[in-house]
Design a protein around this ligand. Structure first.
Ligand SMILES: O=C(O)CCC(=O)C(=O)O
Ligand SMILES: [Fe+2]
Length: 295
C-alpha cells in the first residue's frame, strides 16, 4: 500500500512556509495523502487547562462544536464551565488552523469557506454510537446528512492535544477511485423531488443535490458493510499528542479507532479552486457516470 503521510516540517502556526513545501503539499493533498506535521502542537493556556476533562461535554453530543463566525457553541457543559473560556480556546485554534491553510495552501485562500471548529474530549474507543452511520470507528469518506456540500471539498485540520501521551489512532483505506468502483454501482437514483422535500422538512439545511445523495450513500454503504470493513486494504496511523494533520476527508477513506482530546477545524473549498479539480470526488464520480452531476 502506498505511503499516505506527507511529512511537513512546520513547527509554528503563524510562520510562512517555503515555496517548495507549498508545491509538495497541494500536490500530495489533492492526490489523497495526509499532510502530517509531527511538531506542530497546540498548547492550552493555563486558564484553559480545565478543558482537558470529559466533564466539559454535556454528553448529549459526541463533540463540542463552535461556529466562530456566529459565536455559537454547542455540546458544552455550561453549568460547570465558562463558555467564554471554551469559545476562546476554540477560536484560537480556528484562527491558527486558518493561518496554517493560508500558509501551506495559499492558492486556496481566496475561495476557502470556514466551517465548524470541534473539540472532542470523549474517548472514542468503546463509545456506543446511536447508529452505525455515526460510527466513525468504521472506514468511511465524510458526507453529512444535514449539511449537503453541493460538490465542495471538505478540508480538515486536526491536532491531538492529549495530555497523557495517548495517540489518536486512525485507520485509512483504499483510494477514492476504488471506493467508487466498489460502491457506486450499488447506488440507485434519488426519487424526483427528494431534495426539495428534505429541505422543506428541515432535514437538510440546504438542497441535497445528486452529488450529496451519492456521497452520503457511499458513506453509509461503506459503514454498513462489515465484510468490507474487515477486508478492505487498510493501514493504521498513531497520531501522537502534539501532531497536526490536514486531510481532505471527503476522499480519504478513514476511521478513528481510539484517542481522546482532539481539536478539529473544517473548511470547505469549491472544486474550481483546486490545482487539479479532476481529482475531486465530484469529477471522479462524473467520470464514473460519464455525465455531469447536479450540484
Ligand atoms: O475524531 C477523529 O479522530 C476523526 C473522526 C472522523 O471521522 C472525522 O472527523 O471525519
Ligand atoms: Fe470522518
Amino acid at each position: 500500500m502506498k505511503q499516505i503521510l506527507t511529512e511537513l516540517d512546520i513547527r509554528d502556526w503563524l510562520t510562512p512556509v517555503s515555496a517548495s513545501s507549498q508545491t509538495l503539499a497541494i500536490q500530495q493533498l489533492e492526490n489523497g495523502n495526509i499532510l502530517y506535521m509531527p511538531k506542530l502542537s497546540f498548547s492550552l493556556l493555563n486558564e484553559e487547562l480545565p478543558a482537558l476533562s470529559t466533564r466539559i461535554s454535556n454528553h448529549k453530543a459526541k463533540n463540542i462544536s463552535f461556529n466562530s463566525q456566529l459565536d455559537q457553541l454547542h455540546g458544552a457543559n455550561h453549568v460547570d464551565y465558562d463558555p467564554i473560556m471554551i469559545k476562546s480556546m476554540m477560536a484560537r485554534f480556528a484562527k491558527y488552523a486558518h493561518a496554517l491553510i493560508n500558509h501551506v495552501l495559499p492558492s486556496y485562500s481566496k475561495a476557502l469557506q470556514i466551517g465548524r471548529t470541534s473539540y472532542r474530549p470523549i474517548e472514542i474507543h468503546g463509545r456506543k454510537p446511536k447508529s452505525y452511520r455515526k460510527d466513525d470507528t468504521r472506514l468511511h469518506v465524510d458526507a453529512f446528512p444535514a449539511s449537503p456540500n453541493q460538490g465542495r471539498r471538505i478540508l480538515r485540520v486536526f491536532t491531538n492535544i492529549n495530555p497523557d501521551g495517548k495517540g489518536r489512532v486512525w485507520r485509512y483505506g483504499e483510494a477514492f477511485q476504488h471506493v467508487v468502483d466498489r460502491f457506486l454501482p450499488k447506488i440507485g437514483n434519488p426519487w424526483p423531488g427528494r431534495s426539495a422535500v428534505l429541505k422543506a422538512l428541515g432535514i437538510t439545511k440546504t438542497y441535497c443535490t445528486e452529488y450529496d445523495y451519492i456521497m452520503l450513500n457511499i458513506h453509509n454503504k461503506m459503514k454498513a458493510d462489515m465484510r468490507y470493513q474487515r477486508t478492505a486494504v487498510q493501514g493504521e496511523i498513531d497520531f501522537a499528542p502534539g501532531n497536526t494533520w490536514i486531510v481532505q476527508t471527503d476522499h480519504v477513506s478513514h476511521a478513528a479507532l481510539s484517542g481522546q482530546f482532539l481539536l478539529e477545524q473544517t473548511f470547505y473549498l469549491p472544486v474550481e479552486a483546486m490545482q487539479n479539480p479532476e481529482l475531486s470526488p465530484l469529477r471522479v464520480l462524473e467520470a464514473a457516470k460519464d455525465r455531469k452531476l447536479t450540484i
